[in-house]
Design a binder for this molecule. Sequence first.
Ligand code: OW7
Length: 395
Amino acid sequence: MLTPDSDADPFDHANLEDPGPLHEKLREAGPVVRLARYDTYALARYEHVHAALTDWQRFQSGAGVGLSNFRYEKPWRPPSLLLEADPPHHDAPRRVLTKIIGPRSLHRLRDRWAAEADALVDRVLDGGGTLDAVPGLAEAFPLRVFPDAVGIPAEGRANLLPYGDHLFNAFGPPNDLVAQGNPRIAGLSAWVNAQCARDVLTPGGFGADIWAAADRGELTGEQAPLVVRSLLSAGVDTTVHGLSAVLYAFATNPAQWQRLRDQPSLARVAFDEAVRWESPVQTFFRTATTDVTVDGTTIPEGAKILMFLGAANRDPRRWDDPDRFDLGRDPSGHVGFGMGLHQCVGQHIARLEAASLLTALARRVTRLELAGPVRRHHNNTLRAWRSIPIRLHRS
Ligand code: OW7
């Protein structure tokens, strides 16, 4: 079958502002669409995104999960041992991190994070309850709890968000968003790298736990700081935009908020439904290790393949009424956290942050109401908000 071509730019500002129309076009054009301007292949249907994510042998990560191909171009930073690696190199770092930030280890943080969420929401309500939910809740909560849990010092934490923002832009083409971040990235990067050293990390945190794994021989001393870097790279912007998404979803779907208030145990389903609905991580690339035929169309060896997680998560072939944010559906199987070997190792942290914040809000707030115009933040990989003015109605 001849592969359909598209001259669309998924990374231009119109598509970053509202990717829905492009996603529909790509899903309907065929199982594989060649993105002519980047000489890459797009997958936008759930079935094929899922298949590529679970076939790490033919869809490799080790040549980079951005547009740039590490076979030909030097990466802007030393590659991640998790995200940008394939088995067998991927396995030890993954095994170590899976245990350190798995559900069992996170259990210790439950009560502390619940208390922090209660305190934050009380403070916001005491201040009148009208605020920008992006800095005021979605950024404030992760920045309150996550760097402490990793065990980095207080100084310089404001570097985490701009570092992540640039990192996620850098998976895309070298466009204006990357150019905007370039002047600051050396400084941000130096700061992040410095936080990964063993003597900087507080005992009892995830970072110290990673170094302890190195002492047991589960990682080398060269690997340990790069695994800490993965936490600081992947763990901040993602959760911020995931929390923004669920807050916006509830502000614009008051009946769903009532449902959560009636049944607070829905907080986790609500967050996963928001991750499906919004797909805070929109896209990642893979590289074909051999000629791959997808539903009759062939992708050549060495080609980059762009997987549209956001399009798959709203594919009507897989989801009933996919554009609806609905606590009544079962969102499991969404690819917002990926799927397979690389599926988000931090998803339990994200869910615990979200459940803590949503539970604190559900106990105290009858209604989240938009209180002004919302604004998107454009990023080559992340679906993000700059501003969500809201009024919280105290119960
Ligand atoms: C890393 C959300 C995907 C990521 C993203 C960015 C960096 C890393 C991982 O996971 O450094 O491992």
